[in-house]
Design a protein around this ligand. Structure first.
Ligand SMILES: [Zn+2]
Length: 265
């Protein structure tokens, strides 16, 4: 059965809005080590519990005009922004990546890839604010990817294992040599675990491409940071978002880029 791309795009947008709403909870609670399930969302000022109708992605923010229903405290614009960004990103994932594969993919393999990609948003925000990538994402994703490799229709368990070793190993090598030559932490352990996770989801070639392209993106980030940042070269670079961009580029254009690169020699 052929699904209408318009309806599928809308379904991905709606799913993205809901994920975005959940990501807001993750972004604010995970770095503080709080439970992501209970208590229910509350206003940080008056502590009144929010009803479901004050928790509808984007819509609630608009009809509440960005203020708490009870005490009129302003609600951060980051909430609707995260929801909308996740909705748009989710729709883009459908049109650019999953549109032609979703019907042949095993639903578990699709879900693993989709969840890994859409987590870009909370991981980037936590990394930018706190310079950490929580283990629950990276190690949790790695374990899930290894388990799902036993489901037919995706990578084999051996391919997933080699992908994890390749992604994590190359980055660990760079992290250790970087530390030796720069005399400071160039990259965190979170980045190493994240690449092991990506490798287990997509395999060794994509993991290697992600590191190469992610390093280029990171270089561009650090030049921008150096020009704009007050501490100059000492501004820490959040590598998580750079590696994610590298992943997206290698999933979309990895093969043509590889052939173009090889044709240079
Ligand atoms: Zn309030």
């Amino acid at each position: 059965m052929e699904y209408s791309p318009i309806y599928m795009g809308l379904a991905f947008f709606g799913a993205g809005l809901l994920f975005g709403s959940f990501f807001n909870v993750l972004i604010h609670r995970m770095p503080l080590g709080l439970s992501i399930i209970s208590p229910r969302s509350r206003c940080p000022r008056c502590e009144n519990t929010l009803s479901w109708y004050d928790n509808i992605p984007v819509v609630s923010y608009l009809y509440l005009r960005g203020k708490c229903r009870f005490c009129a405290a302003p609600i951060s614009q980051e909430y609707p922004a995260v929801e909308l960004a996740t909705g748009i990103f989710s729709t883009m994932l459908y049109y650019f990546l999953f549109r032609h594969t979703i019907q042949e993919q095993h639903v578990a393999v699709f879900f693993l890839q989709y969840a890994t990609l859409v987590l870009l948003i909370p991981i980037s925000l936590i990394d930018m604010h706190h310079y950490i990538i929580p283990d629950s994402f990276t190690l949790g994703g790695l374990v899930l990817a290894m388990l799902l490799s036993f489901v037919p229709g995706g990578l084999s368990p051996v391919e997933a294992f080699l992908g994890a070793i390749c992604g994590g190993g190359i980055l660990l090598f760079f992290a250790l040599t970087g530390k030796k030559f720069l005399g400071r932490e160039a990259m965190g352990g979170g980045d190493v675990k994240m690449l092991a996770w990506f490798g287990a989801v997509w395999g060794a070639p994509i993991a290697a491409g992600t590191i190469f392209l992610g390093a280029l993106v990171g270089l561009v980030f650090s030049v921008v940071f150096m020009i704009r940042g007050e501490d100059g070269a000492n501004t820490p670079i959040p590598f998580g978002p750079a590696l994610y961009l590298g992943l997206c580029i290698s999933l979309l254009w990895g093969e043509p880029l590889w052939y173009a690169y090889m044709s240079l020699f």
